[in-house]
Design a binder for this molecule. Structure first.
Ligand SMILES: [Zn+2]
Length: 247
């Protein structure tokens, strides 16, 4: 696997090797074969000292907290759309096709999170819920949490219908900030902006939020897209983890 098959962001890179992360592409996904719900040691491109965990995603708002070491025999058979860990040596991963992968790192409290947010999960508040969990369970101060919003369906292509807009209007008072209305009465939703606004509203610092402004529907060469392909051909894997400490 070459490094070009994953996207990394500078926001997580400063401060040395405090955190490892990547947003996967289609080529990267093809090289993985990650089994859902079963921790795996040393997947492609990640040092073999790290475990990777990916679980079944259900478009909900529940988070799985991994607060102990993983073993090959562990099975995580429920459904969760956020994975949080403060254990070094574990990469928490989410799989997406057009939904938004969101990676979080609190360098002060040494905790990371990977979140999967489609419109349902986003409107239901998975991002603020996960941030609130970092705050309550790990003592994170939200203005210190670094957040990166990964490649997903962009506002250029992500057309939504009335039921989606109705849910959005009910769940997010500032909905007009994240919707672009087209002349023909159709609306495009900016999922990345929605997630960003929600994080800011809860106390995350604007300067600590980065967005990989790439659309999965536009870029067939780089990404799988459920919308474009009209079926699930594959999903990109994005992950974050704290490396094992040396010595
Ligand atoms: Zn697009």
């Amino acid at each position: 696997m070459t490094s070009a098959s994953v996207i990394t962001v500078p926001a997580f890179a400063d401060g040395g090797s405090q955190v490892r992360h990547f947003f996967g592409t289609r080529r990267h996904a093809m090289s993985l074969g990650l089994e859902v719900g079963i921790p795996q040691r040393g997947i492609a491109g990640v040092a073999s000292s790290l475990w990777t965990l990916s679980v079944n995603q259900v478009h909900g708002t529940e988070a799985l907290v991994v607060d102990r070491a993983l073993a090959q025999t562990d099975r995580f058979m429920g459904g969760w759309d956020a994975l949080v860990t403060d254990r070094p040596g574990i990469m928490v991963a989410v799989r997406t096709a057009d939904c938004v992968p969101i990676l979080m790192h609190d360098p002060k409290r040494r905790v990371v999170a990977a979140v999967h947010a489609g419109w349902r999960g986003a409107v239901a508040g998975i991002v603020p819920k996960t941030l609130a969990l970092l705050e309550s369970r790990f003592g994170s101060c939200l203005e210190h949490v670094r957040i990166s919003i990964g490649p997903s369906a962009g506002v250029c292509c992500y057309e939504v219908d009335e039921p989606v807009l109705d849910s959005l209007c009910q769940g997010f008072p500032d909905w007009n900030k994240v919707v672009r209305t087209k002349r023909d009465g159709k609306a495009h939703l900016d999922l990345k902006a929605l997630v960003k606004e929600q994080a800011k509203a809860l106390g995350a610092a604007s300067k600590s939020i980065t967005t990989v402004n790439v659309c999965t529907i536009c870029h067939e060469d780089l990404f799988f897209s459920y919308r474009r392909e009209r079926k699930v051909n594959g999903t990109m894997v994005s992950a974050i983890g704290l490396p094992m400490r040396r010595g």
